[in-house]
Design a binder for this molecule. Structure first.
Ligand code: 13P
Length: 245
């Protein structure tokens, strides 16, 4: 089994002082890859410490440079030492009008700059209840594939984040997560991209991480709220070591 990847998504949280405390209390661990995706203004702060923790951003412009006021390019993120960037988070899709095609273009921008996009996919509760999980996730994945191509896709990471599990305290059950991960893996294998890591996100906490990470096909987690509490985040990372290689 490969080493797991645990990524903290701080979302719209933090201050220089709060980050200092949080970054001072988290660190790299043998046997797991740890990353934090922080707000743009704090990338430089997070880049300077802690050692061994990979840096990432939470979104990226589809454009490289030019008259795009307010945008941040993948090249800028790479310049600041980012390895990862989240694209297509459901909050970006729902609140900021990012559609499937734009998510594909953002993934392509990240790959062009040598970053690893963490492509988020996942269904809403209504879509799940209508039995449309596979259709929705498949459509989201196909859109990215159509823009980046199978070869580049193989350099990315997928995060399955059911919308109804995000920030609700109601994580997918192991069976629910595992079933969708298996479908995503089948789809990836069909594109010749079987080695792509597939993370689970949505109310991952210190007390449910072990069961989720032990499930076949779950290669780690994308952690929201619990990544803001150093003890909880490190406890999740230690769980990933225990269930890794
Ligand atoms: P929570 O862990 O707070 O549910 O957030 C998950 C998420 O959206 C990570 O990207």
């Amino acid at each position: 089994m490969a080493q797991k990847l645990v990524v903290g998504n701080w979302k719209l949280n933090g201050s220089l002082a709060a980050n200092e405390a949080l970054l001072g209390a988290i660190g790299a661990l043998d046997g797991v890859e740890v990353a934090v995706c922080v707000p743009f203004p704090y990338l430089a702060q997070a880049a300077s410490r802690p050692r061994g923790v990979a840096l990432g951003a939470q979104t990226v412009s589809e454009f490289q440079s030019g008259a795009y006021t307010g945008e941040v390019s993948a090249e800028m993120l790479a310049d600041l030492g980012c390895r990862y960037v989240i694209v297509g988070h459901s909050e970006r899709r729902a609140l900021f009008g990012e559609d499937d095609a734009m998510v594909g273009r953002k993934a392509a921008a990240a790959l062009r700059a040598g970053l690893t996009p963490i492509v988020c996919v996942g269904e809403s509760l209504a879509e799940r209840e209508a039995g449309r999980v596979l259709e929705v996730v498949g459509r989201q994945l196909d859109a990215v594939l159509a823009v980046v191509g199978a070869q580049a896709l193989a350099r990315g990471v997928i995060a399955y984040e059911p919308v109804w599990a995000i920030g609700t305290g109601r994580a997918a059950s192991v069976d629910e997560a595992q079933a969708v991960h298996a479908d995503i893996r089948r789809w990836l294998a069909g594109q010749g991209a079987a080695t792509v890591r597939v993370l689970y996100g949505g109310s991952v906490k210190a007390d449910n991480a072990a069961a989720l990470f032990a499930a076949p096909g779950i290669d780690g987690g994308l952690i929201g709220g619990a990544s803001l509490v150093a003890n909880d985040f490190m406890s999740i990372c230690r769980t990933a070591v225990a269930s890794g290689a």
